[in-house]
Design a protein around this ligand. Structure first.
Ligand code: ZN
Length: 241
């Protein structure tokens, strides 16, 4: 069986629609979402409707929490905070209540899913490199932990000799190793590749495959400008920063 893992949609409807089409084109039926469906972008209700209809599991992200009454916005930078306040006003009460009910982490078969970090999911720590990743392995027992949050796709492989970064691509899990896999961001990539990013997990063969798809960036940018969200949130989508 193949499962698609998506994260950090960030209210970018143009990116989400293209990603769902790419998943459908491969005939993949199971989709898991690692959080941050909303925040930054201008289509929070549309993205929530789609994610809720299509994803078997949805986790809470820090922007989902901030937009639905959580305390996170106080620690955001001014642009993220402005977007969180805009999103809180834009969300339907029903979507807001849905976000409030989401879990921080979930075990799925042999792997763990969490938005930010297995050590302290509600602290929203960032795992950027192998030095951040290495201590995290003691906080979960599963072979693989899937994360999002940094918007930077990555594979961290732990072996008896240490933890290494593997570039995102196609990778087969080695039987005597453990992994933290960052599935990247659908709606706001930050690895200088503006294309939407997600992952296929081919469970039968123990393999992951990162996928990039181009989408209508100009359309998403126009919605952000029309909503009077901070202009930098539109500009960054063109460069993937
Ligand atoms: Zn995010």
């Amino acid at each position: 069986m193949t499962t698609a893992l998506i994260s950090d949609v960030h209210a970018n409807l143009e990116a989400l629609e293209v990603v769902l089409r790419a998943i459908d084109d491969r005939g993949v039926r199971r989709i898991l979402c690692l959080g941050d469906v909303v925040g930054y972008g201008a289509s929070p209700n549309e993205c929530l409707s789609l994610v809720r209809a299509r994803c078997e599991m949805v986790l809470l992200g820090n922007h989902d929490s901030a937009a639905s009454g959580g305390p996170e916005a106080a620690r955001f930078n001014p642009n993220a905070r402005a977007a969180a306040l805009w999103t809180a006003r834009a969300l339907t009460p029903e979507h807001r209540d849905y976000l409030r009910g989401l879990c921080l982490s979930r075990r799925v078969e042999t792997f763990l899913c969490v938005h930010a970090s297995p050590a302290a999911p509600r602290d929203w720590e960032y795992i950027f490199d192998r030095f951040d990743a290495e201590p995290q392995f003691q906080f979960f027992t599963e072979t693989v932990c899937f994360i999002g949050h940094t918007h930077q796709p990555a594979i961290f492989e732990r072996s008896p000799s240490g933890c290494v970064f593997l570039p995102p691509g196609r990778h087969r899990f080695e039987p005597d190793r453990r992994y933290i896999v960052n599935v990247g961001s659908v709606g706001q990539p930050r690895d200088r590749d503006p294309r939407a990013c997600f992952v296929f997990l081919h469970e039968g063969v123990g393999e992951i495959e990162f996928v990039r798809v181009a989408y209508d960036v100009a359309g998403a940018q126009q919605r952000i400008r029309d909503a009077h969200l901070p202009p930098v949130l539109a500009a960054r989508l063109a460069t993937g920063e």
